[in-house]
Design a protein around this ligand. Structure first.
Ligand code: ADP
Ligand code: MG
Length: 224
């Protein structure tokens, strides 16, 4: 069997709130295979974002093992975590977090340049990804000149810019109306499949979760 892009075992995370300890994650075990799209389903407050932050190597303070494309998180120093994030991961959030002073295309070019791509190659890939998302006529627009659905599409293109093994998406359509959310999610899934990336998509929406290859449910800090 091929190496999974993500293998999590015994992942635990607690927070102190007003002197009270809350165990948010209590031993999460999961794997995501190459090219597999997994929904992480759970109600608000169940720990989805906490789990994605740990897997995204954005937050320390957790116990357990996280392996991304074979690299064990606990064995990485700060540079190693940055390298894994850049080389193996893509991120989509509920709010787009695009750079406001850069065009749609530039927002997709930038992560490629950071990884050492030459400008012409990065431009061509940005244009191809945005065109595949129906934004070929929006390349030079700033985020503020785009609709909410268009902004999230740019965020999707940016996440896929460096052909990540795994895309981490935290309520990627949570800020959109239902009809737009359906369309953007379908485009996201189509593009992720086309690129051969895997994805772990947090959502509280059962209906959206059912559109993915597999659903895992976060309940009382474990995956039931
Ligand atoms: P979800 O994304 O499923 O809505 P979260 O992972 O955001 O859930 O939060 C799960 C629980 O962890 C909540 O009770 C939240 O208040 C708590 N929590 C998350 N981050 C922190 C933090 N940095 N400090 C204290 N508590 C936190
Ligand atoms: Mg959340």
């Amino acid at each position: 069997m091929s190496v999974p892009v993500l293998a999590v075992s015994g992942l635990a995370r607690s927070f102190e709130q007003g002197g009270v300890r809350i165990d948010v994650l209590r031993g999460v075990d999961m794997t995501v295979g190459q090219g597999e799209i997994v929904a992480l389903l759970g109600p608000s407050g169940s720990g989805k974002s906490t789990l994605l932050q740990a897997v995204g190597l954005l937050e320390g303070g957790f116990e357990g093992s996280i392996r991304i494309a074979g690299a064990e998180a606990a064995e990485l120093d700060s540079d190693g975590r940055t390298r894994v994030r850049r080389e193996s991961l893509g991120f989509v959030y509920q709010f787009h977090h695009l750079l406001p002073d850069f065009s749609a295309a530039e927002n997709v070019v930038l992560p490629q340049m950071i990884r050492g791509a030459d400008r012409a190659t990065a431009d061509a890939r940005a244009e191809a990804l945005l065109t595949a998302l129906g934004l070929g006529h929006r390349l030079t627009h700033r985020p503020s000149q785009l609709s909410g659905g268009e902004q999230q599409r740019v965020a999707v293109a940016r996440a896929l810019a460096n052909q990540p093994a795994l895309v981490l998406a935290d309520e990627p359509t949570g800020n959109l109306d239902e009809a737009t959310a359906d369309v953007v999610l379908a485009e996201f899934l189509r593009l992720v499949r086309g690129e051969g990336s895997a994805a772990l998509v947090a959502t509280h929406n059962e209906r959206l979760a059912q559109k993915m290859d597999r659903v895992v449910r976060l309940h009382e800090g474990t995956l039931g």
